[in-house]
Design a protein around this ligand. Structure first.
Ligand SMILES: [Zn+2]
Length: 246
């Protein structure tokens, strides 16, 4: 009996390890599952469905423009982005990030990003049947996810020490088409907790973006200072608040 249980457990562990490994391989080399692609410049977008040329080109231009004005400079010659429109592809690739609209993947020396469904003509994200609205456009999501890849390639393993408010706040700051000034964003967010309307209006991580905006624009921090800081979200918020009271 005990031997049977042990054998079953071992079998289950091996099966799980093989599944995790296969998924890892698939996420690292996804290209064979994405038949269509567009772009020859800084960004290549690949999709499981045909990409309309005009909408696709506009999307690439918009995303590249957002990345160009980022305080974090991209080092690689080219970045790849994969769009999973089909249900099964979305389910498969998004297993580790079921509710995310996109995610970035970095494997030591290079990386790429994934986005759930895309409507290139309207520039909107499509996620499990929902359609994103500005400011969370397709170009926003592209710039957000690729900023993760660029940040990874900038700091490598130090990623482990980057606080969540920096890790998500910086890509959000980069991805915003009409970025608010610190004062505008602070006054708009106020002191209330982040709720759905706020999330819809100001993007994924408005509070993180407020902190990043503060340290870049008010404190004059460089992007390296930001990526190296060990300040927690609470500590960073205290500094920002204390500064406002002066
Ligand atoms: Zn993110």
């Amino acid at each position: 009996m005990l031997r049977t249980i042990k054998r079953t457990l071992l079998g289950a562990t091996v099966a799980l390890a093989v599944a995790a490994l296969s998924l890892g391989v698939l996420i690292t080399w996804p290209a064979p599952l994405f038949a269509f692609s567009l772009g020859s410049g800084k960004i290549i977008v690949a999709s499981d469905r045909p990409i309309p040329p005009s909408g696709g080109e506009r999307f690439l231009r918009d995303c590249e423009r957002l990345l160009n004005r980022s305080p974090l400079k991209a080092k690689s010659r080219q970045y790849r982005l994969y769009v999973t429109n089909d249900d099964w592809r979305q389910r498969l690739f998004f297993i580790p990030h079921r509710d995310s609209w996109g995610f970035a993947w970095y494997y030591g020396f290079a990386g790429h990003a994934f986005m759930s469904g895309a409507d290139f003509e309207s520039g909107q994200v499509v996620h499990w049947g929902y359609t994103g609205t500005p400011p969370r456009t397709l170009a926003f999501l592209c710039a957000h996810e690729l900023t993760h890849v660029i940040a990874w390639e900038h700091i490598g393993l130090n990623r482990l020490h980057v606080s969540q408010w920096v890790w998500e706040g910086l890509p959000d700051y980069v991805g915003m088409e009409n970025r608010e000034t610190f004062e505008q964003l602070r006054d708009a967010l106020g002191d209330r907790p982040v709720d759905i309307p706020m999330w819809a209006k100001f993007g994924f991580y408005p509070r993180y973006r407020l902190l990043v905006t503060y340290f870049i624009e008010k404190k004059g921090w460089s992007v390296d200072q930001l990526l190296q800081t060990r300040l927690t979200e609470d500590e960073a918020t205290d500094i920002m608040r204390a500064d406002e009271k002066r």
